[in-house]
Design a protein around this ligand. Structure first.
Ligand code: P1T
Length: 380
């Protein structure tokens, strides 16, 4: 089946008893067993498995071209659980432009458990090769990155990482691209991670995370951790993501169409110093982006000429673009990463330019969005 069909049907079938077309929300924490050690269809407790979550997990696996999907209560819960595959003194090589919360989890929490982290420029495969150490067990990439939208060549990095004697796990956070635009497992990644809060959910009404893998042994280790650590989503959250995913292909096409129009507008505006968008001719990794991604997605970053104060005035002046953290919903959002989503990297080498504005371009009418930005930029 093709992607659009999988998005609607994978893991989901009309209920065999009553024909209900939509996956039921199984609000149950436990399941009656037919005897001791005889759970029905393997269901014994909802931290371990729930039918609504199972449908979502199967759908996620199908969309990413993986074999096994795991759902978590947030993107960071997925990240935290994956890092528990490691042991103390293991080394992790991570991108030097990742979501602020990911950096905070690595730097402020997991370091205390004796994991060692290096943050390197993963857009340059040479830097990845140089930053690997004899203790490296995991390499963490975001592409496109949050918030600079930098692109890493997943195939090139996978080749370097897998040539290392330890066979470190290559993890790709695919939140910005979604499986509709990019499938890291097919490009050599071992684990794909998502904040389902974003494009997968797509309607800013749920927080969730995911991990998808191909390898059975790795999947078994992650299922063990998912159950043992317990950061699982409830059935209603799973239902909302399943429903959101059904329109993922349509939404991603419209996000791209709108973002392309907004990029053109910003690129020609006198108060805009720089526009960053993976499919724009000015992007340094545009060739890799167009090879690795189906379209450029809905995220745009730009720097205004007037610096931090001007950026502050712009983000507070939009009327349709809501001033808010998060991204990937049907509605357009605007934010200042240095002061909001990436405040936790201030003072670190990952610090973000205070004049950088991030847009999550929604699926409204593009002319309305451009009008809104036009009037807001008058305040810059
Ligand atoms: O918020 P949560 O569902 O826990 O996901 C964390 C996360 C992981 N990876 C990426 C690339 C992300 O962007 C995020 C969350 N990001 C935001 C909330 C944001 O506004 O950038």
């Amino acid at each position: 089946m093709k992607f659009e069909t999988l998005a609607i049907h994978a893991g989901q079938e009309p209920d065999p008893n009553n024909g209900a077309v939509m996956t039921p929300v199984y609000f149950t924490s436990t399941y009656m067993q037919d005897g001791v050690g005889k759970p029905r269809q393997g269901y014994e407790y909802s931290r371990t498995m729930n039918p609504t979550r199972k449908a979502l997990q199967e759908c996620l696996a199908a969309l990413e071209g993986g074999s096994y999907g795991l759902a978590f209560s947030s993107g960071l819960a997925a990240t935290d659980t994956i890092l528990r595959l490691l042991n103390s003194d293991d080394h992790v090589l991570a991108g030097n432009d990742v979501y602020g919360g990911t950096f905070r989890l690595f730097d402020k929490i997991l370091r205390r458990f004796n994991l060692d982290f290096t943050f390197a420029d993963t857009t340059d495969p040479e830097s990845v090769a140089e930053a690997l150490t004899p203790s490296t067990r995991l390499v963490w990439l975001e592409t496109p990155t949050n918030p600079y939208l930098r692109i890493t060549d997943i195939c090139a990095v996978a080749e370097i990482v897998h040539a290392h004697a330890n066979k470190p796990l290559l993890v790709v956070d695919n939140t910005f691209a979604t499986p509709y635009l990019q499938r890291p497992l097919e490009l050599g990644a071992d684990i794909v991670v998502h904040s389902m809060t974003k494009y997968l959910g797509g309607h800013s009404d749920v927080v969730g995370g995911a991990a998808i893998v191909k390898d059975k042994e790795l999947a078994d280790k992650l299922y063990f951790l998912q159950n043992a650590v317990g950061a699982v989503p409830g059935p209603m959250d799973c239902f909302l993501v399943l429903r959101g995913i059904k329109t993922l292909p349509l939404r991603m096409e419209r996000h791209f169409e709108n973002a392309t129009a907004v990029v053109e507008f910003l690129a020609g505006h006198p108060k805009v110093k720089k526009v960053i968008y993976p499919f724009h001719a000015s992007h340094p990794q545009q060739r890799i982006a167009t090879r690795q991604m189906k379209n450029g997605g809905g995220m745009i970053s730009f720097i205004v000429t007037g610096g931090k104060e001007a950026a502050l005035r712009v983000v507070e002046a939009t009327k349709i673009f809501a001033l808010a953290e998060s991204l990937g919903g049907v509605e357009s959002l605007i934010e200042l990463p240095a002061a909001m989503t990436h405040l936790s990297v201030s003072g670190s080498p990952l610090e973000v330019n205070p004049a950088l504005i991030r847009l999550s371009v929604g699926i409204e009418n593009k002319d309305d969005l451009i009008e809104d930005l036009k009037q807001a930029l008058e305040q810059a």
